[in-house]
Design a protein. Structure first.
Length: 390
């Protein structure tokens, strides 16, 4: 049987056994509609309230400030469209960055078609925005600043506390897409000056199809869908109780195990980084070396296509990615790599290894053993490869 190694945790994570155990009763025993007044509904409502509390504890907010959604994309959409709709009298200008997830970028593009104006801040070679450029971009009609907490492709962590401080000094609302960040490093929405924050269950060992948007007490957001009075009148529709219970359990586990998991994952990444550096020539590592998610390692291999590497890795039983899972079918080079100054031909040769808490040293050894020969073989077949004299 072929060995199978999963190193694509930024795309999605396996559901934790503890999460599955917590969810199970809500499929058969506690299956009621949380809006119903009878026993079954009350039990579901109790679970919903406890879940809201557990999610809130991960980012240090109040339970009533958590709105459950179908995932990170819906949370991002509710933040962007909901804020701009509620504040249309104040202005029609948004500030974001060039390396945001497409859930933010495509939302901004739609708003531009409707007459809104968007400033897309550039980033440095590590993927970090310049605070002075942020200040310069602020206008009298700026309503919202949306900058992601950690990048999904290169792992770089933005100075979100300082960005939030700048936003608040100018009376502007600050949203952060923390889909990749939540559960991976400590977040305190009050200390970090965050007004809205997006999360997703399946990025932290919870189920797919559930997420949350933190909305600060004094922030007014217009709903995007209409129906019942669910989720404080901001997200109509019967709550996905089993999914929410699983998401909340995943948040509880992440809070409990964050430090030890990060240490273990970082050590595995460091081992992989060192091995690639020593055994494979002409590679480029992308993202910040220190201000970076513990498990994200983005590498450009010169002269070959990332898709070819990905397929070759898969043939060896290794699952990785060429970038964001939401854009992996695109033939265009990564917008994130282009934004940090990587040339298109180099960007096409990028691979993202995103490690998780179930990866082992033996798995790293297996990848290290397979990767150099694999890269050399692909380069020998590439017309771009300049063979060096022996």
């Amino acid at each position: 049987m072929q060995k199978r190694i999963y190193m694509d945790h930024n795309a999605t994570t396996p559901v934790s056994p503890e999460v599955i155990e917590a969810m199970y009763p809500y499929f058969r025993k506690i299956f009621g509609n949380a809006s119903s007044v009878h026993f079954f509904g009350r039990e579901a409502k109790k679970g919903l309230n406890n879940a809201r509390k557990n999610v809130a504890e991960l980012i240090k907010c109040s339970p009533e400030e958590i709105i459950f959604t179908s995932g990170g994309t819906e949370a991002d959409n509710l933040a962007i469209f909901g804020i701009m709709k509620a504040n249309r009298k104040k202005g029609k200008h948004i500030i974001t960055s060039q390396i945001e997830h497409h859930a933010i970028l495509n939302s901004c593009k739609i708003l531009e078609q409707e007459g809104y104006e968007v400033t897309y801040l550039p980033v440095d070679k590590y993927g970090i925005i310049d605070l002075e450029e942020l200040k310069y971009a602020i206008r009298a009609d700026t309503v919202l600043i949306s900058i992601m907490a950690a990048n999904n492709e290169i792992g770089t962590i933005e100075p979100i506390d300082m960005i939030g401080q700048v936003a608040h000094e100018h009376g502007i609302i600050f949203h952060t897409d923390a889909v990749q960040a939540a559960g991976k490093f400590p977040i305190d929405v009050n200390k970090m000056n965050i007004d809205l924050l997006s999360m997703s269950g399946h990025k932290l060992y919870g189920p797919k199809g559930v997420g949350a948007l933190f909305i600060g007490k004094n922030i007014v957001v217009s709903p995007l869908q209409y129906g019942g009075h669910h989720e404080h009148n901001l997200r109509a529709g019967t709550e996905n109780i089993s999914g929410i219970i699983g998401f909340a359990k995943a948040c509880e586990i992440a809070k409990r195990d964050m430090e030890i998991d990060n240490n273990n994952i970082f050590n595995l990444k460091k081992k992989l980084y060192n091995a690639i550096s020593k055994s494979i020539p002409e590679v480029l590592f992308n993202g910040h070396t220190e201000k970076c998610l513990a498990g994200t390692l983005n590498v450009c291999f010169k002269y070959i296509e990332g898709e070819s590497i990905l397929l070759s890795l898969d043939n060896e039983g290794i699952a990785a990615s060429t970038g964001s899972a939401c854009s992996s079918k695109s033939l265009e080079p990564s917008h994130v790599l282009l934004a940090i100054g990587i040339q298109p031909e180099m960007a096409h040769g990028s691979i993202r290894f995103s490690l998780g808490k179930e990866n082992t040293e033996d798995e790293i050894d297996y990848v290290i053993n397979k990767l150099p020969d694999l890269i050399e073989k692909l380069r020998n077949m590439s017309p771009l490869y300049n063979k060096q004299p022996s």
